[in-house]
Design a protein around this ligand. Structure first.
Ligand code: GAL
Length: 390
């Protein structure tokens, strides 16, 4: 299939060059910014985008932003959502590859489940960008674009330390904390959890932070599919088993907003204490931002996926132009957001994947206006609740 396209391209190239030679112009045709991007055979270049689900709020924004960005540069976009079903995502990616795409952008449901299907992409020399979540055990991954996931967790852990003014030299104040992490199939989830736990472990070791449930290992606190109802049920069980006798819960460290929503609902329904529990999250989901405005959730870590899409666009265009981007992509693209080029942190089992990592932001009630509304990412509805701009 590639050979056919290549041969057709040679003919088109010869025709274009001869016409240009006659007219004295360049073989390159001028045109508007959104001129169609065509391959050697004159066919429109196509970008295949595979998103995990629409049931977790952020991915709707990711898919929409990515589609907008690539279409704005004249690419044809095929966008799929796989309903958080691993087999469906494999089928969706098979369909994209069969559709003769020129670039694949994938946010994996299960980072271990795509090795086989991506062999076809390798055979067809389709570059693959691992988007937001690292895809493992395949050497077809060209690059990884995400946020600094370990830092997301560190920000959550440090927020707890700073808010409660924890001090390793002062063991007189003690607090009870419980952890809720993400999907074990998601390569990001351990990074989030470890980032937070590594900040808080010294305080646990010093006896300043206690974990009444005893659940401090990732596998114990993980939440399949990041599911809100699963997080709710698990936390109701933790409250029933460890907090029914008047024990106070001070902190619920949740890796993201969909799990924080379930934990908050469990605390609302099943926690007998009257204190305000410090609850963390990630993503800036609308329901959680409303809870932050209402004082039910304390913070979320916001990741401007609009910028993640811009970084992915510029990386994808470079790959489609046959380039091998490196750190200079950041400075050459003139991005107005922070991004680091990392060639050490993300080994996907076949070697370290060069990564572009954007910087996450702590959001509390105090900076929703400046960080989310003034930046244009959200508007405020009539109740003062942030609504995502799509
Ligand atoms: C993670 C993603 C987070 C989190 C979760 C659920 O991989 O980086 O933003 O929300 O998935 O979508």
């Amino acid at each position: 299939m590639k050979l056919k396209k290549l041969m057709a391209g040679v003919m088109v190239g010869i025709m274009a060059f001869s016409m240009a030679a006659c007219s004295g112009g360049s073989a390159e045709t001028e045109g508007p910014e959104t001129q169609q991007q065509s391959d050697a055979s004159g066919e429109s270049k196509t970008v295949g985008i595979s998103m995990p689900t629409q049931s977790l709020e952020r991915w709707n924004r990711d898919g929409s932003y990515l589609k907008q960005q690539f279409e704005s540069k004249g690419y044809t976009v095929e966008l799929t959502y796989s309903d958080n079903k691993i087999d469906q995502q494999v089928k969706d990616i098979e369909g994209l590859i069969a559709g003769e795409i020129d670039l694949l952008v994938i946010a994996a449901i299960d980072g271990q489940a795509l090795s086989q299907v991506l062999k076809d992409a390798k055979d067809l020399e389709i570059p693959v960008i691992s988007y937001d979540r690292l895809i493992n055990n395949t050497d077809v991954i060209s690059y990884y674009v995400s946020f600094d996931n370990y830092k997301v967790g560190q920000l959550q852990g440090q927020f707890v330390v700073d808010t409660l003014e924890l001090n390793l030299d002062d063991t007189s104040k003690k607090y009870n904390i419980e952890f809720t992490a993400g999907d074990p199939a998601d390569n990001n989830a351990p990074f989030f959890f470890n980032g937070a736990f590594d900040v808080l472990k010294p305080y646990i070791d010093a006896g300043i932070l206690n974990v009444p449930s005893g659940q401090t290992e990732f596998q114990q606190v993980a939440t399949k599919a990041w599911d809100t109802a699963t997080a709710l049920t698990r936390f109701q069980n933790i409250l029933g088993s460890n907090y029914s006798g008047g024990t106070q819960l001070d902190i619920a460290l949740c890796s993201n907003d969909s799990t924080a929503l379930g934990v908050t609902q469990a605390i609302d329904s099943d926690y007998a204490g009257t204190n305000k529990v410090l609850i963390t999250g990630q993503d800036g989901d609308e329901a959680n931002l409303a809870n932050i405005v209402d004082g039910k959730q304390t913070m979320t870590v916001y990741k401007a996926v609009a910028n993640e899409a811009i970084a992915t666009l510029d990386l994808g265009v470079a790959l489609l132009n046959g380039e091998t981007p490196d750190e200079s992509l950041i400075s050459n693209s003139g991005w107005d957001f922070e991004c680091i080029y990392d060639t050490e942190s993300y080994d996907n089992g076949t070697g370290t994947i060069p990564s572009y990592l954007l910087t996450p932001t702590v959001i509390t009630k105090d900076n929703i206006q400046t960080e989310l509304v003034d930046t244009g990412y959200y508007t405020l509805d009539e109740n003062g609740y942030p609504k995502g701009v799509q």
